[in-house]
Design a protein around this ligand. Sequence first.
Ligand code: ZN
Ligand code: ZN
Length: 248
Amino acid sequence: MAIANGSRTAVDKLAVLGWKALDVLYPPHCPFCGNLTKAGICGQCRQSLPYIMEPRCMKCGKPIKREDEEYCRDCARMRRGYDQGRSVWTHTGSVPHAIYQFKFHNKRYHAKLFAGEMVRLYGDWIGRCGIEAVVPVPLHSSRRRKRGFNQAELLARELGRRMQIPVYARAVFRIRNTRPQKQLDGRERQENLKGAFAVSKRWNCPKSVLLVDDIYTTGSTIHRIAGLLKKAGVQKVYFMTISIGQDK
Ligand SMILES: [Zn+2]
Ligand SMILES: [Zn+2]
């Protein structure tokens, strides 16, 4: 008995050590400043993060300076394939670093946090839009294999679960691998995306779709996919991203 008790204690001790090791590997820290916190985003960052508020562009949702304007500069001069979109933060301050960590340093668990903010701030908006399906912006399969996951899909799954809306991660796919968009200007971005995506023929298109991605830069990716979805029969296409570039 003494041995059994002894071994159980040893197992318990090992279990505790195991949890402690997990805590060291994945300590609950704020994705923006790295401070240890059980609250997800720490209080200080909550105060200082560039949350988007009114007035915002009626189309892409980015903040605009004047209340009497309806659209940002880009949306005022360009046709958009989508209907409307929302993002949690502008792509400034500590936001780019947190998203970079999420994508390239395997901080997959940040998806919960980012999706949590999306729902907290825009759950009502998603409800009003009558979204029937959540669709992540796809990565090419080779890039997905290299990274091990598609960050947009992780966000979409968290969002869908919280809003109880089905997620279709294979509805849109990338046929062709493209050059990273950040190296290109607006016109090159559009060219680069030609023939890059397709909508699955087996998908029974719903009336309204929410496209999910990590960053909205010029909007060319979302514009293009929205166009394809509409051609396939979707009537309304909305988008949601963690961050969005500022109006120039
Ligand atoms: Zn923080
Ligand atoms: Zn806009």
